[in-house]
Design a binder for this molecule. Structure first.
Ligand code: F6P
Length: 547
């Protein structure tokens, strides 16, 4: 039995879960009219209502006890102060330092992180202004009109998700494009309408070794140099963001055009660093700072609010409750704002790459359910696609509903239709409708008994499906900063409570290594004898057809 399972709170939660599984939220609401007041948290920019979960006072008190017993506050302190809590890679975890405003030094390995951050922010700001104001010129003297960010995973998802979410705030000084897939179809389509004289590429890669990114970057260099007048064009059209300066220089990128990353920033938490350059280029540096400020606000809330009022802590505990104790295995992210259409893809990496593991940080096998698989889509599109499953399948999927009060692009009547669905869905998922009611409704509509007997069982919704509602006042840079940092800290707390090292990602290495070997096989006559017969024959088929 693992240490976590011996905690008094853990044992009690196991018992409470048995009781709760036989309860319905409808009863909990009927018994306690104060549920919303008790189980919601309001911050200046957003509201979290978590009352539609299978919880009561005792459950919440015990979950909070679990946070205490697992020393969440102590670990929080360790993270913010730069202790090397990424044990397997022996690294500090300091994405919060990227949005920290303090003259106080924050020292990691004898270096003041604060100085580095400030220097890079200043370098970013100067660069962003130069490009946006038309002073950064391409090889033929023309101003830059298009930015192409080449990166994948954390070097793509965060910046692209934010760019999409904040489109409304762009003044279109430049057009920003993202290339992440090594399928040539993406880069070819993006480059096709562009003029090489006016394009600036950002090669974003913490390691500067990621095959997909390097392949795309080489194609971009070829595209540029095959049309440029002289060999100096690369310096005017390529910048890099990386923690591996040597490789970037070796690749041909001018040293002055390299922005720093650090090993204490995880790729999936890096949009606050120079990885966020495309955001700043699109929106201007003031808006980028507003995004950082919003994240900083959430950091302050996370650091100072009592656990019972602490939004990231509560969201993490509810995830542990729903998953580890009540047995849910997946979690839906359902934004209703069109602007947030990439949020679930972003959170998939943030949560699943962080906590999708099955050994503790001491290397012991975990035999309790850890984090759910994360998936989702814009809520309205989902309603007409997979909500059937959310309402009536026998697999309960807890869901986060995310919407905003004020639309940034109001069109008469649209927002009300959108948000009426938003509110209706969480109510329906919770209350459901029982057979008696279904029968009464059909009867009232004049249906025959035979018809009612046939149809009634299909119309029953058991309800009791847990949801969190996050209601943002509006989508703007600071609120988005709040929201992203909220999930970052939720993920951190989940990891601590479940005793998982959230900041490494060893699980991506095995496939990467194999792919490198197989690429050699696809490009030559070689065929490795070590393949299983399925993989071997798939490769043989591929080689035969492609000849
Ligand atoms: O393979 C997974 C991963 O390492 C992610 O963790 C990371 O965000 C992504 O690849 C890209 O890595 P890099 O920025 O080093 O190219």
């Amino acid at each position: 039995m693992l240490a976590r399972q011996t905690l008094a709170s853990w044992k009690k939660l196991n018992q409470l879960a048995q009781d709760k599984k036989s309860q319905h939220m409808n009863t909990l609401f009927a018994e306690d009219s104060k549920r919303f007041d008790k189980f919601s948290i309001e911050l200046p920019r957003l509201l979290l209502d978590y009352s539609k979960n299978l919880i009561d006072d005792e459950t919440m008190a015990t979950l909070l006890k679990l946070a205490e017993e697992t020393e969440v506050t102590e670990w929080r302190e360790k993270m913010f102060s730069g202790e090397k809590i990424n044990k397997t890679e022996h690294r500090a975890v300091l994405h919060t330092a990227l949005r920290r405003y303090s003259d106080e030094p924050l020292v990691v390995d004898g270096e003041n992180v604060t100085d580095h951050v400030q220097q890079q922010l200043a370098k970013m700001e100067a660069f962003v202004n130069k490009v946006r104001q038309g002073h950064w010129l391409g090889y033929s003297g023309k101003r830059i009109t298009d930015i192409v960010n080449i990166g994948v995973g954390g070097s793509n998802l965060g910046p692209q998700m934010v760019t999409e979410a904040l489109k409304h705030y762009s003044d279109n000084s430049v057009n920003v494009h993202y290339v992440s897939n090594v399928d040539g179809a993406q880069i070819v389509e993006i480059l096709r309408p562009l003029n090489p004289e006016k394009v600036l590429f950002i090669v974003s890669s913490k390691t500067f070794t990621t095959t997909e990114t390097m392949t795309n970057a080489r194609t971009a260099i070829n595209w540029l140099t095959s049309s440029s007048f002289d060999g100096k064009s690369v310096a005017k059209h390529f910048v890099a963001v990386t923690a591996n300066k040597e490789n970037a220089v070796g690749f041909g990128i001018d040293e002055d055009n390299i922005f720093d990353m650090w090993d204490w920033v995880g790729g999936r938490f890096s949009l606050w660093s120079a990885i966020g350059l495309p955001i700043a280029l699109d929106l201007g540096f003031d808006q980028f700072r507003a995004l950082l400020d919003g994240a900083h606000e959430m950091d302050q809330h996370f650091l100072s609010a009592p656990l019972a009022q602490n939004m990231p802590v509560i969201m993490a505990l509810l995830s542990v409750w729903n998953t580890t104790f009540l047995g849910a295995r997946s979690q839906a992210i359902l934004p209703y704002d069109q602007t947030l259409h990439m949020l679930s893809a972003y959170l998939q990496q943030a949560e699943m790459e962080s906590n999708g593991k099955s050994v503790t940080w001491d290397g012991d096998e975990v035999d309790y359910a850890t984090v759910p698989s994360i998936w989702g889509e814009l809520g309205i599109n989902g309603q007409h696609a997979f909500y059937q499953y959310l309402h009536q399948s026998n697999n309960v999927v807890p869901a986060d509903f995310i919407g905003s009060v004020t639309s940034v692009t109001p069109v008469k009547g649209h927002h009300e239709t959108l948000m009426s669905n938003f509110f209706a869905q969480t109510q329906a998922l919770m209350t459901g409708v029982d057979e008696e009611q279904v029968r009464a409704d059909l009867k009232a509509k004049g249906r025959t008994d035979a018809y009612i007997d046939t149809v009634a069982p299909h119309k029953v919704h058991k309800g009791n499906r847990p949801t969190n509602t996050l209601l943002l006042k509006r989508i703007d840079p600071a609120t988005l900063g709040n929201l992203i940092a909220l999930y970052e800290h939720k993920i951190f707390v989940q990891g601590i409570v479940l005793q998982i090292c959230s900041f490494d990602q060893w699980g991506v290495e095995l496939g990467k290594g194999l792919a490198a070997k197989i690429q050699h096989e696809l490009e030559s006559d070689a065929l490795d004898a070590d393949h299983d017969c399925s993989t071997e024959n798939l490769i043989r088929f591929y080689k035969k057809v492609s000849q």
